[in-house]
Ligand binder design. Sequence first.
Ligand code: PLP
Length: 423
Amino acid sequence: MSTYKLGLDYALEQDKNDDLVAYRDQFHIPRDANGKPLIYMTGNSLGLQPKHTKSYVNQELEDWANLGVEGHFEAKNPWLPYHEFLTNTMAKVVGAKPIEVVVMNTLTTNLHFLMVSFYKPTKQRYKILIESDAFPSDKYAVESQLRHHGFDHKDGLVLWKPRAGEDLLNYKDLEGILEEQGDEIALIMVGGVNYYTGQYLNLHKITQLGHKHGCVVGFDCAHGAGNVALNLHDSGADFAAWCTYKYLNSGPGSLAGIFVHEKHAYKKDLNRFTGWWSHNKKTRFNMRHEFDQLPGAEGWQLSNPPILSMAAIKASLDIFNDVGMEKLIKKSKRLTGYFEFLLKKLGENTIRIITPSDPNERGCQLSIQVLNANKALHDKLSKAGVISDWREPDVIRCAPVPLYNSYKDVYMLVEKLKSILSE
Ligand SMILES: *Cc1c(COP(=O)(O)O)cnc(C)c1O
């Protein structure tokens, strides 16, 4: 169904007809020493800075300078309810209801706090299932949860692995694991989009399978948020968490989001760690009240949040609100399809794309195995002005981000790759 064509003219024409072309100008594109824009393909690792982020952050610095503590109420965007300004758009981005979403803490921290509530092991049912190629932080986090509850982290960890000689996860294998030891698994926690292969898993299917066997199901959506239509509410998942510095362009180490399904919103008896920000907003400052749990995802907050980071998230989410996920995903599929089309022309003896070929099973990232390559290839690409991500032994991950990457970026990237490979 390829409607793509070769040649630079075609790429330039696509950029001209691109609905989202104006958004590229809203971002700072990193440049080389001569001031020439680099081909930035690592928005899956650290998203680029929106040009208006500085003014959002400056607003808070100014209000702090001028108002001091009164800024909690008097700032242009009062700090007390600041997280609420992010909730509606964030909920739209991940396909959730506002009561199910809040921005707080950082990602791994949130995974732990959510496991406090959703990993409740018993002697019979204590194992945690993750994907074999989980992001290291997630693996360390679940291992430490197992140890925290007195279990052996090797015995307690169940790995969903790709079949021998394959890269992608197969749902039949998950079914097999669950048939065999589903009654021992307390929690399934996998990456919604795998950081390495770019495989976008079917959250609804995994949740249904897990629930059928009595497991709690949560997702790490670090590589999904702002990249694919997660539809978290409809997936039925119990919980999810994601960072905002990858596709959500909110700056290095910025805060993270959580999702807790509406069905858990009013369960005051659900175990959790709490702080004053989990307490009823109306009586929070009376200070001497008995603890009164806030309903919904907000009830998982502990601290008053860092407003400067929140401001950067607001700057980014205002762009997402303006574009809408639908248009974003439409361009994403087309741009990544074009990337795939050009890569395939390099030939099967040169490259192999690990990422699923079905556009519904991936986001914008393609993970490319370059046959007989080593890290020298990555260094040459960097010298040629391409910022990409190298994974040993021979995989480059590139994510043409629909908000700021162009068809020309993708065309030039493949041209550079081709010329380096033919040296
Ligand atoms: C990026 C990423 C992380 C990083 O965690 P932090 O707590 O933000 O440092 C964790 N898990 C996954 C799956 C990621 O993609």
